[in-house]
Design a binder for this molecule. Structure first.
Ligand SMILES: *Cc1c(COP(=O)(O)O)cnc(C)c1O
Length: 355
């Protein structure tokens, strides 16, 4: 995974000063390139899921860049997210609200109708997306509820895959069959099926509108296989202090890490208050001078220690905590979570720079 040198250089130029803390570089060109890549792979239109502030990366900036590249469909989770996005994008693109909302509360937004009560409330009030559950048992009307459906102006009939990141899982074929049956009940109505990983399940999972989120932001939609997407984030934190410690010296809260040999420890200005997940201690690495450097001891709120023994480290220089060579998926694995959670937890405290 490499980013073009231009964006890497731009981020390096923006290397944070010690007193400024961590710097989050968000590569909008990489997000646009990922959207174009997904468009080329999917046999239908491709929306952008920008819920939760575009997975923490900034819904307004991300959606503006994608709209400028030609994206015409956006999904958010909440009414407030939809209203903010409409202000940012102006008229034109479709904005659908996955959690739905009450009539009158979101002019210019399309509700995703998930329940029979919402279907009744929206009857005769304009277009909706009809979300039908095909096996995930999360949101969506049960298939059986379609028999009592009131008249609705359905822009898309949609469903959501439960196991798309596991290509061999039998749920995928089962949900695809149920979706086909669902489409047959609404002839001529466009359908929306795949999320990021669903696009990679092959042409059988194509529909009129895919709804990727994660893959746009560089998260691997094919876990266990090489990541086909471009990394869109870089989290840099400056070295505040270098310490030389003798073998046997405990480092950090709880004295949990004991130097196995004489070591050089770099203390950097980022911690769990920046979204550098505390659970990743003991397994996470940073990157310094192109080399992986392990986190040592506990990750604290504002400071994390790395073993930089033998590397050309200097106070004021940045260590890359997340980036193309050290992607969100790697930090997620270290922390026992998924890269989605890594991104949405990147905190407001990190200064942000859009490339
Ligand atoms: C979040 C969400 C998506 C996007 O999923 P990714 O795995 O991030 O691509 C698509 N559809 C629905 C209904 C969602 O809730």
């Amino acid at each position: 995974m490499t980013s073009p040198p231009s964006s890497a250089a731009a981020c390096a130029l923006a290397a944070p000063a010690a007193e400024e803390g961590a710097l989050l570089c968000i590569d909008l060109a990489a997000i646009v390139a990922n959207w174009r890549d997904l468009c080329a792979r999917h046999g239908g239109a491709v929306a952008a899921v920008v819920k939760a502030d575009a997975y923490g990366l900034g819904a307004e900036a991300v959606a503006r860049a994608l709209a400028a590249a030609g994206c015409r469909h956006f999904f958010v989770a909440l009414l407030e997210e939809g209203l903010a996005l409409r202000r940012a994008l102006g008229e034109g693109p479709m904005i659908a609200v996955l959690n739905g909302f009450s009539p009158g509360h979101g002019p210019g937004l399309l509700p995703v109708v998930n329940t029979p009560a919402m279907a009744a409330a929206w009857s005769g009030r304009g277009p909706v997306l009809l979300h039908v559950d095909t096996g995930m048992e999360r949101l969506g009307l049960p298939m059986a509820a379609l028999d009592q459906l009131p008249p609705l102006e359905i822009a898309f009939v949609m469903t959501h895959l439960a196991c798309a990141e596991e290509p061999a899982h039998p749920m995928n074929a089962r949900q695809r069959e149920r979706f086909a049956a669902l489409r047959a009940r609404f002839p001529g109505v466009p359908g929306s099926l795949a999320n990021s990983s669903g696009i990679f399940l092959g042409p059988g999972f194509a529909s009129d509108l895919a709804r990727p989120g994660a893959a746009l932001y560089g998260i691997n939609p094919t876990p266990g296989r090489p990541n086909p997407m471009r990394c869109a984030v870089r989290l840099l934190a400056p070295i505040l202090q270098l310490r030389q410690v003798a073998a046997g010296t405990p480092v950090g809260y709880g004295a949990r890490w004991i130097a196995p040999r004489e070591s050089v420890i770099a203390l950097v200005a980022a911690g769990y208050a920046d979204g550098y997940l505390r659970a990743a201690a003991g397994r996470a690495v940073g990157v310094l001078a192109g080399q992986p450097v392990p986190v040592v001891g506990r990750i604290s709120m504002d400071v994390t220690a790395f073993d930089v023994t033998g590397l050309p480290a200097a106070e004021g220089e940045p260590i890359e905590l997340i980036g193309p060579a050290n992607p969100p998926d790697a930090l997620a694995e270290a922390a026992g979570t998924i890269a989605y959670e890594v991104l949405v937890r990147l905190s407001r405290r990190c200064r942000r720079r859009y490339l």
